[in-house]
Design a protein around this ligand. Structure first.
Ligand SMILES: [Cu+2]
Length: 188
């Protein structure tokens, strides 16, 4: 920002330098209270979602047809991105009860030679606790709404949805999302 713009906004920040030694002070950061979902670490997942992809051939394209959903059909030679082998809108909904904690495992099986792909999974409507990275508990309590699932690895997350409705769960890479790596979580 140039000086005149700064003046027009009325911003004045005086910076005074002093040639003095200042004693080190401890950080005012206070770690938040633990809010882990109880009994989730080490629990078997309620849902397992395998992430993958598949090259669309002209035959798979012509046989696929789910027109009427308003979803643009991918063309032959492009990639279909999948959850448990299916692309949205054919992916299976996850139906859960409002307020009930569920654990979902994302397994990234997108490991074909020359096509290893990470998938950053993003959940709408709530945050989730990361309870396992490849079967190991994270070193600290970890809450996110997006978690990268590296090729060949798996991640378990636990969440409870407090607002009823349909919430999207999808890869945050737009091509992957548009190509079908999306499902709905229906909380009732
Ligand atoms: Cu992806």
């Amino acid at each position: 920002m140039i000086e005149s713009e700064r003046n027009s906004l009325g911003i004045k920040i005086p910076i005074v330098y002093k040639d003095e030694k200042v004693a080190a002070v401890s950080s005012p950061f206070i770690p938040p209270k633990a809010s882990a979902v109880p009994e989730q670490s080490g629990k078997k997942p309620d849902y397992v979602l395998e992430l993958g992809s598949e090259m669309i051939t002209s035959s798979s394209h012509s046989s696929g047809g789910h027109g009427g959903h308003g979803v643009p059909q991918p063309s032959a030679g492009s990639t279909r991105w999948t959850i448990n082998g299916k692309s949205y809108p054919d992916t299976e909904d996850i139906r859960i009860k409002v307020g009930q904690p569920v654990t979902v495992r994302f397994i990234n099986k997108d490991v074909q030679p020359g096509h290893r792909m990470d998938h950053p999974l993003h959940l709408h409507g709530t945050k989730f606790q990361v309870v396992s990275l490849n079967g190991s508990r994270p070193a600290r309590e970890m809450w996110k709404d997006t978690i990268n699932v590296p090729a060949g690895e798996y991640v378990d997350v636990t969440f409870a949805i407090t607002n009823p409705g349909e919430w999207m769960l999808h890869c945050h890479i737009i091509d992957h999302e548009d190509g079908g790596m999306l499902t709905k979580i229906i909380a009732q």
